[in-house]
Design a binder for this molecule. Structure first.
Ligand SMILES: *Cc1c(COP(=O)(O)O)cnc(C)c1O
Length: 484
């Protein structure tokens, strides 16, 4: 029976292992707030930890687990830390952690319906639930869970191509008479540019439309570029509006962009990877007005719904388009469900063998409910507002305009406070102190800013004040060093 114990591990050891893992997870959740938020970055140190692991001597399960737990504790940015003010990476929900363990154990195969009817239908139920929240007509919607927003955006380009050019699936881009072009803003997520490469469109096919002073895509500039491209013999097929830019949380004027899309008969995709969660809160949902007119939507539940990575969603109101884009007959795939009114997920997705992504979303939503999520989202928006007030009271200038809790700021007190040198030095000081994690970015290419986002449902007023204290200290240090 030795072969069983190699991968299955004997029952007594298993029971002790589960218990140990539970205690490890609980200790992480309880104590991560006391850890340095960011580790020192030393590739040699990390590699030398791993070098002795040559797999010649089997380890005891607990020893192996403790090895990786120590590595993770010491060598990662603790995104679940309440002072991680970063890039939409949440502290995971408890139900999401539990769900991922269950999924690993049951290991449902979500390629075909017949292998996992419950899991597939549970995901379909969730997709309809989200589609309804975004204002889609339920009878006509379809969608798929994805690894994240990048895959959802890639799916959007592929479906828009299949919709505009029925011959694309067979003949590819080279079979088209006119070269397709798609429209994003200079503030859109870079995944569209990469997907354009992966689709064979090439990055030249991506038109980056200028944004106005509020960092929103200009609807007129968009219409002009489309007209110009048509006159030059290109074939525009897709417009992307962003609902909550990664840089600055800005929502494009969706309705005005939808007007352009319908006038030009182009596919409108709304990338609401992070900002989409605003639709679940009554007083915020109006910022997404017009999203119901889109042809497709990207929504990442592993961002503002705080589900563990990776859990993206692609939704569309074109019921047949995913099948037209992805369905390929394969003799070896199971046909047990032939004749039933069901869909095999692999015919609607870039992925084939697929993990049960939806369970962590389902269990999180089932336990928190809409009210629970509303409370969390409101709290995070309130923490964003508090941070804005505290920054301004300390002489920082917030330069982005959004109701969502992401702040881009510079120092208004000193002429140097807007320089790259200052911005980078302050961010480096904060990150290397281990007290908090923030980042830098550039707004519309040339304005360097500090960026802080409330991504963690555990972040409270004391964390906001600690960040502002750390910022003020770093600013003083920078100017102090100059004076000496
Ligand atoms: C995060 C993000 C993406 C990419 O999503 P991943 O889940 O990281 O693949 C796309 N668009 C926007 C606006 C995002 O914020």
């Amino acid at each position: 029976m030795r072969h069983l114990e190699m991968l299955g591990v004997d029952k007594q050891t298993r029971i002790e292992l589960w218990q140990h893992i539970v205690e490890t997870i609980e200790a992480y959740i309880a104590n991560v707030g006391q850890a340095r938020v960011a580790p020192e970055l030393d590739p040699e140190k990390v590699r030398s930890l791993l070098t002795p692991m040559n797999f010649a001597q089997p380890l005891d399960p607990r020893e192996a687990v403790d090895f990786v737990v120590q590595g993770l504790w010491r060598h990662q940015v603790h995104t679940p830390h309440p002072r991680y003010f970063g890039l939409f990476n949440p502290a995971p929900t408890t139900m999401g952690i539990a769900a991922d363990a269950l999924v690993a154990a049951f290991n449902p195969q979500l390629a075909t319906w017949s292998h996992s009817p419950f899991a597939v239908e549970l995901e379909q139920h969730l997709l309809r639930t989200f589609a309804y929240q975004f204002g889609y007509d339920l009878g006509k919607t379809d969608g798929t869970f994805t690894s994240g927003g990048a895959e959802a955006n890639h799916t959007a380009i592929l479906t828009a191509l299949a919709h505009a050019f029925p011959e694309f699936a067979r003949a590819g881009i080279r079979g088209l008479d006119e070269q397709p072009t798609l429209y994003v803003s200079t503030q859109s997520h870079h995944s569209f540019i990469r997907a354009a490469r992966a689709c064979g469109l090439g990055t030249d096919a991506v038109r980056e439309i200028a944004v106005d002073s509020t960092l929103q895509m200009g609807a007129e500039a968009l219409a002009e570029q489309i007209a110009q491209d048509k006159a030059s013999g290109f074939a525009p097929f897709l417009i992307v509006a962003t609902a909550g830019t990664t840089n600055a949380g800005v929502v494009d004027p969706i309705s005005r962009i939808a007007d352009v899309a319908s006038r030009e008969r182009l596919w409108l995709h709304v990338d609401a990877a992070w900002g989409g969660a605003a639709v679940f809160v009554t007083e915020l949902r109006t910022i997404l007005d017009g999203i119901e007119r889109s042809d497709s939507i990207t929504f990442d539940t592993h961002k503002w719904l705080s589900v563990p990575m990776g859990a993206g969603v692609y939704l569309t109101r074109h019921r047949d388009i995913l099948g037209q884009t992805f369905r390929i007959a394969a003799d070896y795939m199971p046909t047990d469900a032939a004749g039933l009114d069901v869909v095999d997920p692999y015919t609607h997705s870039i992925q084939c063998s697929r993990r049960f992504i939806g369970l962590k979303v389902f269990l999180s939503l089932a336990v928190a409910g809409w009210d629970g999520y509303g409370t969390v989202i409101r709290h995070q928006v309130a923490m964003g507002d508090l941070l804005r007030r505290e920054l301004e009271a300390s002489g920082w200038e917030v330069v982005n305009q959004t109701r969502l809790p992401v702040l881009c700021f510079v120092d208004r007190q000193n002429p140097e406070g807007k320089s790259v040198a200052f911005i980078e030095a302050v961010a480096r000081e904060i990150v290397s102190s281990g007290e908090a994690w923030i980042s830098t970015t550039r707004l519309d290419k040339d304005l360097p800013v500090l960026r802080a986002c409330i991504t963690n449902y555990r972040t409270g007023p004391e964390d906001i004040r600690a960040l502002v204290r750390a910022l003020n200290k770093a600013r003083k240090k920078f100017y102090g060093a100059k004076v000496e």
